[in-house]
Design a protein around this ligand. Sequence first.
Ligand code: ATP
Ligand code: MG
Length: 362
Amino acid sequence: MATIRLTSLRKAYEFRGQRVHAVDDVTLEAPEGKILTLLGPSGCGKTTTLRCVAGLERPDDGEIRFGDRVVFSRARGVFVPPEQRNIGMVFQSYAIWPHMTVFENVAYPLRVRRVPSDEVRRRVQAALELVGLGALADRPAPFLSGGQQQRVALARALVYEPEVLLLDEPLSNLDAKVREQVREELRVLQRQLRITTVYVTHDQIEALALSDVVAVMRDGKVLEVGTPRDLYERPRTRFVAQFLGTTNLLPGRLAGREGREAWVETPYGRLRARADGVELGPGEGVLASVRPEHVALGSSEQPDAWQGTVVSALFEGSATKYRVDVGGFQLLAYGEAGYGLGDRVAVRFDPQKVVLLRDQGA
Ligand SMILES: Nc1ncnc2c1ncn2[C@@H]1O[C@H](COP(=O)(O)OP(=O)(O)OP(=O)(O)O)[C@@H](O)[C@H]1O
Ligand SMILES: [Mg+2]
């Protein structure tokens, strides 16, 4: 097991005379035994980054290390080919072979490596047990559900005990329920094996649920890196606040600060927010980011509360999603059922859950 380090990685493609900077100066670390997730919208460079780590693309510049081992360095002229990098990989289209049984699919990487057949038998069976398919070894691959095929692909990636696991949207072909189940299994398995993993997804829920570290990418660059909780609770950019979950972004001006608190004047009223980490001065434009679950609705008039009108209420099972108009801004809030359209409500924010962002750029 090894920490994966990418330093100043670059990869551009030429396409009909246009240059696309698919990976644009990426510096990142997947800590030993952990899951690093690359999260971002379509075309932001996730797959290209992963293919560079695998050795399936040759970067234009930078360096990639697995522990102390340099697998790519432009400066030193090093490029270790994929088959010598000791990686297991699952692609978005998981490509298991339909003309083979489950057993033969998983055995394939070992046969290529000319492993003796009794050892193949033992290791394939162990890999299948690991992913819960021990009983299905002899089944032809087409006679499997999507979730089972996904597990075959995973077993095949794990069978030769790679040092590094690379997964590119491995759950995207599964329906919501199975996806959630395989996601949990994957997390348990990764913890058990402690294999350094780079996981690619554009699904923010998946990223939050699975990762030790998340890197949010846009236009080939890494915008922010952190634990799922850090990024969700303390985003530093508007893009990350909006991409990772849902949030209300209230425009305003910083009116002052004292200790752990700042206050903001917005066109809809005054708002208190957490002040730590805020590098803004009085009078500067800010965006106050408040997650819907941190907007508290009350039925009575309360001091310090905003007044609003319920303009939509959607019952979603465990909570009700409301839109509340507060003087022209439609706030999204989650709350208990009970309010109806047109109801007047008091709206409060927990200041420690209100994050201030610079009102410009990203
Ligand atoms: N072989 C290629 N030739 C030219 N351009 C490419 C090639 N592969 C990728 N690109 C471009 O590089 C950029 C990054 O692509 P990449 O596949 O890494 O994105 P991604 O984040 O994985 O997106 P998705 O979520 O859609 O899979 C895109 O603009 C894409 O069009
Ligand atoms: Mg991709």
